[in-house]
Structures are given as C-alpha cells and as structure tokens.
Design a protein around this ligand. Structure first.
Ligand code: DGL
Length: 256
C-alpha cells in the first residue's frame, strides 16, 4: 500500500497522478484537515504533524510514504527519512523545468510562506535560477478556496486574478505551482495569466518517482483500494473532497 498525506485536500492532485500511473495499487490518503493550513505554521509544528502522519500511515501498512505537500517536504522530509522504516518520497517546486521553459527569463513561484522561506527553496534558487528573475508569491487564500471546494467561483477567480495581474505586468511567462492545492485552480490561473504562459506542476514527476520506488522495493499491485481519512470532521470534508476529486471517495475520521 502507498500512503500519501498533505495538510488537507491539495495532495489529491498528487494522488490523482499516482492513481493514474499505478491504478492497481492500494492507495491511502491522509488529509490532516484539523491542522490545515501548514503554510503559516512554525517549522517545528509542521515537522511534528508530518511525523505523526507518516507514522500513522506506516502503522496501517504503507510500504512507501509520499509527502504530497511542498511545505511539509521543506520542513520534514529529512526527519521522516531518518525516522520512518520505509522509503519517503517528497516534492519541491519545479523551478528547474521552469528555468528550462522560460523565454522572458521571468518566472513566478506560487507556494506557501513556509516553502518560500525554507532552506530547500533557497538552495533550489541557488542551483537552478541562473540569470532568471524569480518572483515568489505566497497565496494562503488560494489554499482556503481549495479546502472549501470552491474551484471556480467568482471570489476564487478574483483572488487568482489579483495575483496574476502584477506577474503579467512584470513579463512573467512561466508559473510554478509550488503548492499541491494550486493544480486545482490551474484553469483560473491559466485564464488569468494568458495562453502564452507555461504552468509547471510536479505531480506527475512525483508519481513517476513513486513508481520507481515501488518497483525497486517489489511492492506489487493490491486490490485497487482507494481510501481517504481525515483528522477533521468527515461531514465537513466530504463535500469539498468530492468537488476537488470529481466524485465522492470513501472517507473516515482518524485521530493522529
Ligand atoms: N498543499 C501544501 C503544499 O504543497 C500546503 C498548503 C497549506 O497547508 O498551507 O505546500
């Protein structure tokens, strides 16, 4: 079984990519909704939550743990790799492909403040930015729209438009979705950024890495089980989850 977690519903964008690539595998998704968002929290708190989520997934039989969250990876990937007895797959904003794609030399990274302030992001910029100009934009309200299952309403559209206008004015032609919630707003971002803008999402790269790890440890397909659990109230989470995923998924409450 592959265990996947995020602060909330954003990691479903990674789950979707993994499900598409490894449809025969059992997938268990943990939404740490009671502690969402992770973005503004202290690093130590994100580490503690991430470790608790990782341990819970291992206790339920996960052969691999996927951190479907840029913020949690930034704060806690090293810790989880040291503490968990299974391989851990994390993720980071796709700055490298963005630098390869940009023609104007102006790239924007949309992510949480936790991700943008972390050492891992500083190291990404140092290694890959070259001469490109990188604009970083923390967009906590966009996380909230996805958590509410509002993927196309006028307020979500206006909020996205508010972030895109200055980026267009700066000549940004490549936008990195550095938070797993944002692929669910991709259509709004694309509408507002314009048809020439390249949008980079690392969900498929993460799924490809999960597929490599699964094959290297010999974890075979299961019963095609796809289940979700939340540390929040399932009655509140089920509706947004169904809107984000496109149909309802089995969902239960857990305490972690
Ligand atoms: N989805 C998460 C990420 O990729 C974080 C959202 C949040 O909890 O602030 O960074």
């Amino acid at each position: 079984m592959i265990g996947i977690f995020d602060s909330g519903l954003g990691g479903l964008s990674v789950l979707r990519a993994i499900h598409g690539m490894l449809p025969g595998h059992d997938l268990l998704y943990l939404a740490d909704s009671a502690y969402c968002p992770y973005g503004p929290r202290a690093r130590a708190e994100v580490q503690a939550r991430s470790l608790a989520c990782g341990r819970w997934l291992v206790s339920r039989g996960a052969a691999v743990v996927v951190i479907a969250c840029n913020t949690a990876t930034s704060a806690a990937a090293d810790l989880l790799r040291a503490e968990l007895p299974v391989p851990v797959v994390g993720m980071e904003p796709g700055l490298k492909p963005a630098i390869a794609a940009t023609r104007s030399g102006r790239v924007a990274v949309l992510a949480t403040s936790g991700t943008l302030q972390g050492e891992r992001f500083a190291s990404l910029v140092e290694r890959f930015a070259g001469g490109a100009q990188i604009s970083t934009v923390a967009c906590p309200d966009l996380v909230a729209y996805v958590e509410a299952g509002d993927l196309a309403g006028p307020q979500a559209r206006a909020a996205v438009g508010g972030y895109m206008a200055p980026l267009r004015a700066q000549g940004v032609d490549t936008i990195v979705l550095g938070c797993t919630h944002f692929p669910f707003l991709r259509h709004l971002i694309a509408d507002s950024a314009g048809p020439e803008t390249v949008i980079i999402d690392t969900g498929h790269a993460v799924a490809a890495q999960v597929a490599r790890v699964v094959s290297s440890i010999g974890d075979g397909p299961g019963r095609r089980d796809l289940r979700c659990v939340t540390t929040g109230d399932p009655a509140e989470v089920a509706g947004p989850l169904a809107r984000v995923w496109g149909r309802p998924l089995p969902l239960a409450h857990i305490d972690v």
